[in-house]
Design a binder for this molecule. Structure first.
Ligand SMILES: Cc1ncc(C[n+]2csc(CCOP(=O)(O)OP(=O)(O)O)c2C)c(N)n1
Length: 806
């Protein structure tokens, strides 16, 4: 690395220096023009919303100079100049995103799915295989929640530490992800967003872990309208972070402070910061002060409402591009004429690229419009409702810059009008609508889950084998299975609170740190959101994390990042990125308000895009882990707290046996009532069914095994065809996961047709369970509650045979 620097220096003739400075100046101007023109596109209705990077250009040019192939970015919506300067975003792509161009070729960041300013590069090829990420500069995919980029930044930085320090990863299998851990994870965040807890959690964790994370704070003094006075103690993030500064007494951060309009200082600062971070794996914070926001926060509203005249004047005087221009002239890097030529050319280039982006976005829509209009004309020629058809056509023709929605809405209106007319001409328009449904499903609804050959849906069950009749505690099954997985997958790391030294609070990892080392099985701080972020960042860089959240009740701390980042990742990049994170937690009934949670409705609704496995024992849990390790998708596995000490037969083929997701298991066959349940409640259902059979009631018990996906083969309806009665049973609140299961079975599977009695749900009380056995009994549904519900159903149909009991 030293040698590289020397040779760069040797090449640094004035001409070369001038060329590179003026190249930066050109990019700054193009980026600024893109911001100005972008705003106009929104105000004239071509785009819906705009948020731009004006005022932040010069610092981003400096940061881009330090950003090397193999490096990663986790940033936010202000970073267009950085992306352009790094060669990761063309001006045309910038506008394609503004227009929501739904094609990944034209808009590689998100295929029109994210609003403008949300950047990403494509880590995967079209088949879902990893590209060689050491050869490219890489950006993880931005999300809108402020500071939401921080947790994954931590993981991406930690991956470098693993690749450098774990000899087992220095293997051709991992050569696409790292060159000796030399990669820096660059983060960016606005000054106001440093108020978020995620910022502080990440900063602390990266300091503890000493990972190559270089975080820049773009400080323009405001978060929309709210000034620093209300955001940051002492109004300075670098000032209050001083305690993190590394010194002779301990490891910590290197903290830099630099002005956002000072090109020379910025270039020097980023060079030093990145060198230190890359070579020594020291986390670095660069506080870039005195940035501006020439057009205000976004296209929603103007900053004149909240900035004083003096502030606005200062922002005009200290505009970073203006200051860069002054420096170029003052230090005779270029003449006024040269600078003006660059500025003029930047305007022209940006305008041309913008037009190209618009035409690429708009041409296929125009073609569809022409097709539709011809079909509409044909209908008008045949229809007795011709004047009405013509009127709708006129409306469609008069729409300025129509989108597909306009074409489809008008087509549907016309087809409704001619619904009773047996005219041939309408067939073409119906076919057009149906074809459009297919292509728009691909455009807008694909990739919630993986569509690669590694997708979980392609994996099937393989049998568990028992070579001996050994009965053990459930947690031993898990432990031996994790042992096998750690042996099988060198990329697997398992971590969480108490997961390392003591092997987990329930001993599912007992002895594994000792066997595989702290680099594979390790403890973390108490920081659920960044445990998740760590996992996302590691998975984005080719590692296979199993992140442990100690109890299901504390998943709430991580749900935001799971929901906003992990669950949307494949979708918001249209298959351009993946993070196959496995989250391991334990939950459902145990003791008290915060150790008995089963908020499954919240989970399945917040986490579409993540598979949700709800095993009833540890063999089943292990089978899910084994399967998930072979797939390329994120999943949450909730181990039932009550089952760690429950006895299970010890399997022999650890790490091998698998359970296909979305395939329910019939635990007991029966003819009278179908009970649909999962997790620990399966055991209660079996207990209740014994009591029920003593009363002559024969239950069929179905363990759905996974909530997402849910019964992919629609098998539950077959049971209901036989029993004609169904009860959905779990320990979530009323209308939670039971409501979800009911919708799936009655509506999606059409089971309502086979039901003779009102379908029922048996769930927990709407408050959380109080501590103690009685608290549990009176809050969580028990075998008694299930017995009563089933018995009532039977009583309704035959009161003589099933008289009232209590
Ligand atoms: C969690 C969350 N809260 C609120 C918002 C709405 N919001 C978007 S940007 C923003 C201000 C951010 O200011 P700052 O971090 O200083 O960045 P800047 O826009 O100034 O670059 C707010 C409040 C959001 N996107 N996410």
């Amino acid at each position: 690395m030293e040698q590289e620097k020397v040779s760069e220096k040797q090449d640094f003739s004035f001409e070369k220096f001038k060329e590179s400075v003026l190249s930066d100046f050109r990019i700054a101007n193009e980026s600024r023009e893109a911001s100005l023109m972008g705003r106009r596109e929104v105000l004239t209705g071509k785009a819906k919303f705009g948020i731009f990077g004006d005022g932040k250009e010069v610092a981003q040019l400096a940061m881009a100079r330090a950003f090397k192939p193999g490096d990663y970015r986790a940033g936010y919506y202000r970073d267009q100049t950085f992306m352009m300067a790094s060669g990761l975003l063309s001006i045309q792509e910038f506008f394609a995103q503004l227009y929501a161009h739904p094609d990944a070729e034209a808009e590689p960041s998100s295929a029109g799915r994210s609003m403008n300013g949300h950047y990403a590069t494509r880590f995967l090829d079209a088949s879902g295989n990893w590209k060689d990420l050491t050869k490219t500069k890489n950006s993880s995919s931005d999300i809108s929640p402020t500071a939401g980029q921080m947790p994954r930044l931590l993981g991406m930085a930690q991956a470098s530490a693993f690749y450098r320090n774990n000899p087992e990863l220095k293997h051709p299998d991992f050569s696409k992800f790292s060159v000796n851990g030399n990669e820096v994870a660059f983060g960016t965040i606005g000054d106001a967003s440093t108020s978020e807890g995620l910022f502080w959690e990440t900063i602390n964790a990266a300091g503890v872990l000493q990972v190559p994370m270089l975080i820049s704070v773009w400080d323009d003094g405001h978060g929309i309208s709210v000034p620093k006075k209300y955001q940051t103690t002492k109004e300075s993030i670098s000032e209050i972070l001083k305690g993190f500064q590394r010194d002779e007494t301990g490891a910590g951060y290197e903290i830099f402070k630099v002005k956002g309009w000072d090109y020379v200082a910025l270039v020097e600062t980023y060079q030093r910061a990145a060198d230190l971070c890359r070579e020594k794996h020291v986390p670095v914070l660069v506080h870039v002060e005195e940035m501006t926001q020439p057009q205000g926060h976004s296209t929603s509203g103007s900053h004149e409402r909240y900035k004083s005249k003096e502030r606005l004047q200062w922002e005009a005087d200290f505009d970073c591009i203006k200051k860069m221009r002054e420096w170029i002239l003052a230090s005779a890097v270029a003449t006024e004429e040269e600078v003006v030529a660059i500025e003029e050319q930047a305007k022209k280039t940006t305008r041309d690229q913008k037009s190209k982006a618009w035409s690429a976005f708009n041409s296929p829509i125009k073609e569809e419009l022409q097709q539709a209009l011809q079909m509409i004309d044909a209908i008008a020629a045949e229809s007795t409702n011709a004047p009405f058809v013509a009127k709708i056509k006129e409306e469609l023709v008069s729409v300025v810059d129509p989108v597909r929605r306009d074409i489809l809405e008008c087509s549907k209106r016309i087809l409704r009008i001619v619904r009773n007319e047996p005219i041939n001409s309408k067939i073409a328009l119906i076919n057009f609508l149906n074809q459009s449904k297919i292509s728009n499903t691909e455009r807008y609804n694909s990739y919630l889950y993986s569509e690669s050959k590694f997708a979980v849906k392609h994996l099937t069950s393989t049998s568990v084998r028992y070579d001996e009749d050994r009965i053990v505690d459930g947690r031993e099954v898990l432990r031996d299975n994790f042992d096998a997985l750690l042996g099988k997958y060198k990329s697997l790391v398992i971590f969480g609170e108490d997961a390392g030294k003591i092997g987990g609070v329930n001993q599912g990892l007992e002895g594994l740190q000792k066997k595989y080392g702290e680099i594979r099985v390790f403890d973390t701080g108490i920081r659920e959101a960044t445990i998740l972020g760590q996992a996302i960042g590691l998975a984005l860089r080719g590692l296979r994390p199993i992140a442990e959240i100690q109890y299901l009740d504390y998943l709430l701390y991580a749900v935001q990042i799971m929901s906003d980042d992990l669950a949307t990742l494949q979708y918001r990049t249209k298959g351009g990125q993946k993070a196959p994170v496995i989250i391991r937690t334990r939950g459902h009934r145990f003791e008290g308000i915060w150790h008995s949670g089963s908020p499954m409705g919240m989970i399945i609704n917040a986490l579409r895009g993540i598979h949700i496995c709800v095993p009833r024992n540890m063999t089943q849990a292990a089978a899910f882990y084994n399967l998930l390790m072979q797939g390329d998708e994120p999943a949450l596995v909730i181990e039932p707290l009550m089952c760690y000490r429950m006895k299970e037969k010890m399997p022999s083929n650890h790490g091998e046996y698998m359970l296909k997701l979305g395939v329910p298991e019939i635990l007991k066959t029966g003819n009278d009532v179908t009970i649909v349940t999962y997790g620990y409640n399966c055991h209660l259902a079996l207990e209740a069914s014994k009591m029920l059979s003593e009363c002559g009631i024969d239950c069929e018990i179905i363990d759905v095994q996974t909530l997402l996906p849910f019964d992919i083969n629609h098998s539950i309806v077959d049971s209901i065809k036989k029993t004609n009665r169904v009860i959905f049973f779990d320990e979530d609140v009323s209308g939670g996961a039971t409501g979800f299961m009911m919708q799936k079975v009655l509506e999606e599977q059409g089971a309502y047709k086979y039901i003779d009695a009102a379908p029922r749900t048996v769930s927990a009380k709407d408050h959380r369970p109080p501590y103690g056995s009685d608290g549990n009994y009176f809050s969580k549904p028990s075998a008694d509650d299930l017995f009563d519900a089933v018995y009532e159903l039977m009583q309704e149909s035959n009161p003589t045979q099933f008289p009232r009991i209590y």
